[in-house]
Design a protein. Sequence first.
Length: 265
Amino acid sequence: MISVKNLKKTFQDGMFAEEASKNTVLAVDDVSFNIKEGESFGLVGESGSGKSTIAKMIVNLFKPSSGEIFFDDVCITKIKKNKEMMKFRKQIQMIFQDPYSSLNGRLKVKDIIAEPIKLHNPLISNKDLDDYINDLLESVELSQKSATRYPHEFSGGQRQRISIARALATQPRLLVCDEPTSALDVSIQAQILNLLKDLQEQLNLTILFISHDLPVVRQMCDRIAVLRNGKVCEISDTEELFTNPSHEYTKELLHLMPKIESIYN
């Protein structure tokens, strides 16, 4: 479904043009990988390894400095017209790390979820819209009464459920999850991860799952790419990576992983 080829991203570090031109930061350096339809593909690495930058390029929040991203064999990095990009934005949605800052606190939940629906289907009737929002809330295990409340009235885990409902509103095929549980309590993390796995099975979703938490990635992903300083160290099936890693950096990460049974079973 997704093919990332020789992706690079540089940022200019400095307030003034002359200063910035001297301080170029290479955040993603010649990264390539493929994601098969229906699988969960993990990107794992320490903070600053380039995981979130790659995710934001895939959903078109960042433009690559070079390289290409293909979705169903169409190079979406070369699309110039917004109208053409819209059909791909509908199919690729993102769940962000922080459930507190990713929701507009001035809007009710129903309006937050309605925004992407009305953007892609402006002729939808109010009744159909309300029914669809209620169905989405039910799918993420929230009551219909949640629709008339504001984000500040919910816990972190409930807010992330709202974010998931919003992401599902356009009926995407690819869900990009950028550390979706790292800001939550451990007990709530397990609930959100189980919800994502259930939704993937029910809706035949493809998931790009980004995390620095190795036990979480092991539970969620079929294959994993390990990143270090913007480069891919290795890509492997999950169990193969955990039992027989090939790269020294991966071995180091696994050595540092707590030797306890995962709570996500």
